[in-house]
Design a protein around this ligand. Structure first.
Ligand code: GLN
Length: 494
């Protein structure tokens, strides 16, 4: 059963910014509307908590900056934040029982920067536990439902963020993307999901899952909104040694840029028989649109991409097994009180606090790092990762962006893959390669499949190549110039 978002959905920020700046629309009113919508849509289970008081205070302050004629760059952008990104004074559950009762003592740099430019955070969003999952069914707070069809998942692990944006409760949301958790839910909900280059946005305040892959990204209703947020979040941060000092361009300006002469790589590995025919058609359609807009299509190959999933699941589990060692019952959140002695307390706490998928990954990660197996598994995965990096280096000698599908299928049904971890892991087949290579990538809505479900296409860019990426993404988002050039189901968000 399909259901359209409520009529009083919030529009994307770029569409209402002028009205906000002119004072025609008050930020407090937008904030009230968002909170009302989030409450009415509680059945989606998109939020783990709403922060009403702080949101209304921030909104009033932002309205005052407008009245005083010095609004922030994001004044009135109504935002939700994945419950894995710290905000001072609020719970950070990471979708886990393990962090029951934990309250963050500080705010993530990305959130701090967005709020300092007038963005208003109305709530924190549900997610797969510690970011591990592709359907949001691994949350200790229950699954999130897809607003476009409540019997289906919105994808994961940033499923709550995607559902909050797609339902129109917020204008945009922060997610995190380790292996695809921003782009895959974006594809399943008809939203724009941007994962920046590794190091482009500070990870300070982002709870670690796999540190060499984790990045904060955005879910939004337009490419321009993604660009505006990136512009504010990007840049070096003394609190994250992996954040980059690379110049931060005016990303929002890329959105209107021509794509004439842009070389668009089409990797044959991304369009093989495993891809749903409707998704393949959407990618071909997108390629045609870029070509008509002046882009140049270049057939390319990423020969090691088929090893992406195996490589990703060895590296991310190894890093997770180490990162999650800190949840020992002594430092954060949950503690099994009834145990005698430190070791027993730690064992019982971890047994009670972690869900099955997190336990599976800690076991697998510990195994691949253990003395007898590290050469055969972890070190081999690192070598495969280098080969994937080199594949992209080679492709980007001739191309500016790479185009392909975001996911092999559209949104699947709740429960459809929960018994089969391998089937679940394969949902990430097209999204894991960009993070393994540290590259930026974006999923853009590209029409509907035969069942009326959203299809996403993915563009991957060069390291710090977000300008080309956003220009190409914006070109695909624009309504087609002539109606007969593309199928009727295509077009940007209304
Ligand atoms: N679905 C992938 C996983 O389960 C990606 C997760 C992510 O990007 N956080 O690991």
């Amino acid at each position: 059963m399909s259901r359209q978002p409520f009529p009083d959905s919030l529009r994307d920020y770029s569409a209402v910014r002028e009205d906000i700046l002119s004072g025609a629309v008050r930020i407090e009113t937008l904030t009230e509307q968002a909170l009302r919508r989030a409450e009415r849509d509680a059945g989606l289970n998109a939020f783990t908590c709403l922060c009403r008081d702080q949101a209304l205070e921030d909104a009033a302050a932002a309205d005052r900056t407008v009245a005083a004629g010095r609004p922030g760059r994001l004044a009135g952008l109504i935002l939700a934040v994945k419950d894995l990104i710290a905000m001072e004074g609020l719970p950070t559950t990471c979708g886990s029982r393990m962090l029951e009762g934990y309250v963050s003592p500080y705010t993530a740099t990305a959130v701090r920067r967005l709020r300092s430019e007038g963005a208003v955070v109305v709530g924190r969003t549900n997610m797969d536990e510690f970011g591990m999952g592709s359907s949001n069914e691994n949350s200790a707070f229950g699954p999130v439902r897809n607003p476009l069809d409540p019997e289906r998942t919105p994808g994961g692990s940033s499923g709550g963020s995607a559902a909050a944006v797609a339902s129109g409760a917020v204008m945009a949301a922060l997610g995190t993307d380790t292996g695809g958790s921003v782009r895959q839910p974006a594809a399943h909900t008809g939203t724009v999901g941007l994962r920046p280059t590794y190091g482009r946005v500070s990870r300070h305040g982002l709870v670690a899952f796999a540190s060499s892959l984790d990045q904060i990204g955005t879910l939004s209703r337009s490419v321009e909104d993604a660009a505006r947020m990136l512009e504010v979040m990007a840049g070096p941060d003394p609190l994250d040694a992996t954040s980059s000092g690379e110049h931060v361009p005016r990303y929002a300006e890329s959105v209107g840029r021509e794509v004439t002469g842009l070389a668009v790589g089409l990797p044959r590995e991304f369009l093989d028989d495993g891809v749903d025919p409707d998704i393949r058609a959407a990618v071909e359609n997108a390629a045609g649109r870029l070509e008509r807009a002046g882009g140049r299509l270049v057939p390319v190959s990423l020969p090691h991409a088929p090893w992406g999933i195996a490589t990703y699941y060895l590296i991310c589990t190894a890093e997770a097994s180490s990162n999650l060692a800190r949840y020992d019952g002594a430092h954060y959140g949950l503690r099994a009180e009834e145990a005698e002695g430190l070791d027993a307390m730690t064992v019982r706490t971890r047994h009670a606090g972690f869900g099955n998928e997190v336990k599976r990954r800690i076991l697998l990660g510990t195994y691949v790092l253990s003395a007898g197996y590290i050469e055969a598994y972890y070190r081999k995965a690192l070598k495969a990762r280098t080969l994937i990096v080199r594949d992209f280096d080679e492709v980007f000698r001739h191309c500016d962006v790479v185009l392909g599908p975001t996911t092999p299928t559209t949104a699947f049904r709740l429960g459809e893959k929960t018994e089969d971890p391998m089937a679940m892991y394969l949902s990430d087949i097209f999204t894991v390669t960009a993070p393994l290579a540290g590259l930026p990538a974006v999923s853009i809505p590209a029409g509907l499949d035969r069942n009326g479900l959203p299809v996403g296409v993915q563009l991957t860019g060069k390291r710090f190549g977000e300008e080309d990426l956003l220009a190409a993404a914006a070109c695909l988002e624009r309504p087609p110039a002539s109606p007969d050039a593309v199928s009727s189901s295509e077009g940007g968000p209304a």
